[in-house]
Design a protein. Structure first.
Length: 248
């Protein structure tokens, strides 16, 4: 049995990062890592809400959520950032070898950065192991992508296309495939590792300051995104463990 904590209707894993990786390696399924800006989607995006609630493992990426829960005495949950999780996963896969990974990327640039990183790290990634995702609508159905994964049958699928679409795509994949891979929705974390996004030092991640690091690097992009996180404390205060209702 794994330890969990329910916050805003989502059952969060409440152990350490090695245990989280071990659970996914053993059982597969869908992993999500909602950031602080994602929680407002629970009330506005039915498809996102369905995907996150149905995840097999949710890790507490949001430092703001962790801190607010402690301050409001809503219970302690261990934070595991998407970046920390992905680093541990990749380290495990590199040591063990043999397990094929399929990568879902947002752009050609992200793909080239992944190739360069993989060459440097001795973690070979081939072009036929990659899929550059199109711009998805509110509901996601990608039969071409589904066929690619079904044909290759990789043990792992890393989806790195950003919060919202990635969880929906991961859920779609899990529900439609004839087998059960481990589907890791880690958003920008892959870009931090490969250099497609601004690198976040370990100490910054450890002290819950990744949001500030990204804000300073790209203020025009991240100021609008971070305003969504301002609703999180009031949501936790009002609903606690319970799932907030959809906005009408």
């Amino acid at each position: 049995m794994i330890s969990t904590r329910q916050i805003l209707g989502i059952t969060f894993f409440n152990g350490d990062v090695d245990e989280a990786v071990s659970v996914m390696l053993r059982h597969g399924g869908l992993l999500v890592a909602p950031s602080g800006t994602c929680f407002v989607r629970l009330r506005r995006d039915q498809a996102y809400r369905r995907a996150v609630l149905a995840a097999d493992l949710a890790i507490a990426d949001s430092g703001l959520m962790v801190v607010v829960c402690r301050l409001l005495q809503r219970g302690k949950v261990h934070r595991i950032s998407g970046l920390k999780y992905l680093k541990h996963l990749l380290g495990n896969l590199k040591r063990e070898g043999g397990a094929e990974v399929f990568w879902v990327l947002p752009t050609e640039r992200a793909q080239q950065k992944l190739f360069a990183w993989s060459h440097h790290e001795g973690f070979e990634v081939k072009i036929d192991q990659c899929h550059i995702a199109p711009h998805y609508g509110l509901e996601i159905e990608d039969r071409h992508f589904l066929t690619l994964v079904e044909q290759r049958r990789p043990a792992h699928v890393v989806i790195a296309i950003g919060a919202g679409p990635q969880e929906k795509l991961g859920y779609y994949l899990r529900e439609k495939l004839s087998y059960r891979p481990a589907i890791h929705c880690t958003g920008a974390a892959l870009g931090f590792i490969t250099g497609d996004q601004v690198a976040i030092p370990d100490w910054v991640d450890r002290f819950y300051l990744g949001w500030l690091w990204r804000l300073l690097a790209q203020p025009r992009i991240f100021i609008p995104r971070l305003t969504g996180a301002l609703e999180l404390p009031s949501l936790i205060w009002k609903y606690g463990e319970n799932l907030p209702p959809m906005k009408k």
